[in-house]
Design a protein around this ligand. Structure first.
Ligand code: ARG
Length: 367
């Protein structure tokens, strides 16, 4: 990013000063005064080290993330000089391959230059094709994105339940589409350790969650194109993406595969199917050698994160409803905890979808 605007507004300026203070205090680096003077002169360009620190602290401050313990391990690719479509795409492929790291996933962020924006909310997403009868083939969460990509000229995919969408990369005020090669969108086929019928359902999920619709806010500067990934927690895939009735809605199929009687919910067939689908996702990722967390381990790690933060004299903010898992939450050590929901910077902010921002007068977050 080039120097921020010549006359940064008050908030930007105080955020820049606060950030430099935080950076120099936590890292013990000298030179705070000189850096602050640059803020007053209206031209603060973050060093790669400052940007990296800012991105890590943005993760540390993410109230909705239960996986914050390894925040200091985030790798940051400083690509603020990259502003062309083809180059952005090449670096995104490198990000996907490097972050997968043969399954030993590395939390990674790539920060691109001004004017770059990725319209997809994650780098890997499955198409949701609206059918004339109102049903959806694929992931119903992605119908708007799929429609948007079609309007941008995408011909559509094979029409399976799991068609990987192309990327819409905006740069220099122009949007272009890029298809992901199969090896960049690594997927895991879902099988169950002792129920082969679950494996025959043809379910799968991608290995990497790479969030691409959050703006990184550091030192009063906004980085719109800063996609980042960690690794999945099995409940995200098994207890939400594949289970929610308005997503893949697979619990009835899983129950049938298990031979459960689904006449009455009182038999708890829903819960039994949910449990076995979670077992299947963990088993499949483990078999494929792709790192994945489980809700028991990650919540214990979160308590450890809290203890380390307390030792460092820092308060931990969190949104309890996001931190507890959507399955057996009361069996985890977060159940009886309460958190301060305050948002502090550096942090991430949600971008309105590109297709809504383009329509003036329409609230970007509520269609
Ligand atoms: N819940 C989102 C999904 O299922 C991913 C959010 C980020 N998750 C993560 N483990 N870093 O795709």
């Amino acid at each position: 990013m080039p120097a921020s605007a010549p006359q940064p507004d008050q908030t930007q300026q105080s955020e820049a000063l606060d950030f430099l203070h935080l950076y120099h205090t936590e890292t013990g680096r000298p030179g705070l005064r000189q850096r602050q003077a640059e803020v007053y002169r209206g031209r603060l360009t973050l060093s790669t080290e400052e940007l990296t620190f800012g991105a890590r602290v943005a993760w540390r401050n993410s109230t909705r993330c239960v996986g914050r313990l390894p925040w200091q391990t985030l790798r940051v690719n400083d690509l603020r000089h990259v502003t062309d479509h083809d180059e952005v795409f090449a670096y995104l492929l490198a990000h996907l391959r490097g972050a997968l790291n043969g399954g030993r996933i590395l939390p990674t962020m790539s920060v691109f230059g001004p004017g770059v924006r990725i319209h997809n909310d994650q780098l890997i997403r499955y198409a949701g094709y609206r059918q004339p009868d109102g049903t959806v083939i694929g992931d119903p969460q992605n119908t708007d994105l799929t429609d948007h990509l079609r309007r941008l000229g995408w011909a559509g995919g094979a029409g399976t339940l799991f068609d990987v969408l192309p990327l819409a990369i905006e740069a220099h005020g122009q949007v272009r589409l890029f298809e992901l090669p199969a090896d960049a969108a690594h997927e895991v086929h879902i099988t169950h350790p002792d129920c082969p019928a679950i494996g025959k359902l043809g379910l799968r999920w991608h290995a990497l969650p790479v969030i691409s619709n959050l703006t990184l806010e550091v030192a009063g500067q906004s980085f719109q194109a800063a996609p980042f990934n960690g690794w999945y927690l099995q409940t995200e895939i098994a207890a939400r993406n594949l289970s929610d009735e308005d997503r893949y809605d697979q619990l009835p199929a899983v129950a049938a595969a298990l031979g459960l009687d689904t006449a009455s919910r009182r038999s708890l067939w829903v819960d039994r199917a949910l449990l076995e689908l979670n077992v299947a996702v963990l088993h499949s990722f483990d078999q494929a050698g792709v790192r994945i967390a489980d809700h028991h381990a990650v919540t214990r790690q979160f308590r450890h994160f809290e203890a380390l933060e307390a030792r460092a004299g820092r308060p931990v903010q969190g949104r309890w409803s996001w931190l507890i898992p959507p399955m057996a939450p009361a069996t985890t050590p977060l159940w009886d905890r309460r958190y301060d929901e305050c948002e502090v910077r550096p942090n991430f902010t949600l971008q309105p979808p590109a297709w809504r921002a383009a329509r003036p007068g329409v609230c970007p977050f509520h269609p």
